[in-house]
Design a protein around this ligand. Structure first.
Ligand code: P6P
Length: 356
């Protein structure tokens, strides 16, 4: 394996990045890598097994769970349970967060938030799907961890990553010191460093959005789409529209080629569709670490207050200059409905708050 650096070797070689870490975070990342390989095996042969289709259950989002959703969720929770480095798992597939029982785990210092299989509705049509994970250090120092240990701002993440189960399977993660990508080599069953120090281009010519919702988009988004579609060779417009319908796949493509992914508020998703804790925050951490930008159209994703486990957010994420352009049109044409701005206004006018 001359010249091949596996995920495990890379984690150990870069362990000094983790402040105060005595190997726990390294082992936690290893556990996630192991579960990803098991999920990858099932995703790759989903068509051959009775593992396609509906599980006959619904998650808290009211979405019918695919058998692979449930399988993936079980694999990640099981890997984290046996690894012993995590005390709580917050998963898209579970209404409430899950305590990781066990003599060791209950005192473990890390919290994992995860979307075990994002885009799972694409599995039956053989389109790339992904896993998204976010790792926090628990804030409480004694007793059982609580919901407050989970509902931390995105800026508090110690690590975040995604796995894309596509033409090849890649694990991309950051611990706050840049982004590195690893491709699974099935012949040795190892994730191998293939994309060191990933950077997203500052500009791009790809925009990703479900234009089927056009009539329900905020005015600023409509203006941005028209901007993308105008003929202007000096700025390489019209841009190209690419939408896979799998957040990990759309954002990964934009990471490599440059581009912007937008899931704004719509009439059916007045707070956006994507979830802040285990989709928007981890992807925002990764993209910012790669030199990109991630906001809700007005506010930096990582600084948004986290009120609840399955809280949703609008997201504009990708190449820095493209996101800036979209934000400028949002501020020009759309009123910021987010809590932060409303609370700020109420505070300033003395309706709420005050120092007492
Ligand atoms: P729509 C998949 O269900 C997902 O959560 C993301 O992966 C994806 O970007 C989005 O929803 C697609 O949503 O409404 O365009 O089908």
């Amino acid at each position: 394996m001359q010249g091949v650096l596996t995920l495990g070797q890379f984690i150990i070689e870069n362990q000094s990045e983790f402040p105060y870490a005595k190997g726990e975070l390294s082992r936690l990342l290893r556990d996630i890598g192991i579960a990803s390989k098991i999920v990858n095996r099932e995703v790759n042969k989903a068509g051959l097994m009775d593992i396609l289709g509906e599980a006959g259950t619904m998650n808290i989002q009211g979405e019918s769970q695919k058998k692979l959703d449930v399988f993936a969720n079980e694999q990640f929770i099981s890997a984290l349970q046996s690894g012993g480095e995590c005390c709580i798992v917050a998963s898209e597939e579970n209404d409430e967060f899950v305590y990781i029982d066990g003599e060791v785990s209950k005192d473990a210092k890390y919290i994992v938030a995860i979307d075990p299989l994002d885009g799972s509705s694409n599995i039956d049509v053989n389109v790339a799907v992904g896993t998204i994970f976010s790792i926090y250090r628990r804030k409480s120092s004694t007793g059982r961890a609580t919901i407050d240990d989970v509902l931390q701002k995105g800026t508090e993440q110690v690590a975040a990553g995604y796995v894309i189960y596509g033409s090849s399977t890649m694990l991309v993660y950051t611990t706050g010191k840049g982004v590195n990508g690893f491709t699974l080599d099935p012949s040795i069953g190892e994730f191998c460093l293939s994309h060191p120090k990933m950077r997203i281009p500052k500009d791009g010519t790809i925009y990703s959005i479900n234009e089927g919702n056009y009539v329900h988009f905020p005015e600023g988004v409509k203006k941005y789409l028209k901007y993308c579609q105008v003929e202007d060779p000096t700025s390489s417009r019209p841009f190209t529209s690419r939408y896979i319908g799998s957040m990990v796949a759309d954002i990964h493509r934009n990471m490599i080629k440059g581009g912007i992914f937008i899931y704004p508020t719509t009439s059916s998703a007045p707070n956006g569709k994507l979830r802040l804790v285990y989709e928007c925050n981890p992807m925002a951490f990764i993209i910012e670490q790669a030199g990109g930008r991630a906001t809700d159209g007005f506010n930096r994703i990582l600084e948004k207050d986290v009120h609840s486990l399955h809280q949703r957010s609008a997201i504009f994420i990708g190449s820095e200059n493209m996101v800036h352009k979209a934000e400028s049109l949002m501020s020009q044409y759309t009123k910021d409905q987010s809590d932060e701005k409303l609370n700020e206004l109420l505070y300033k006018t003395g309706v709420i708050g005050g120092l007492d």
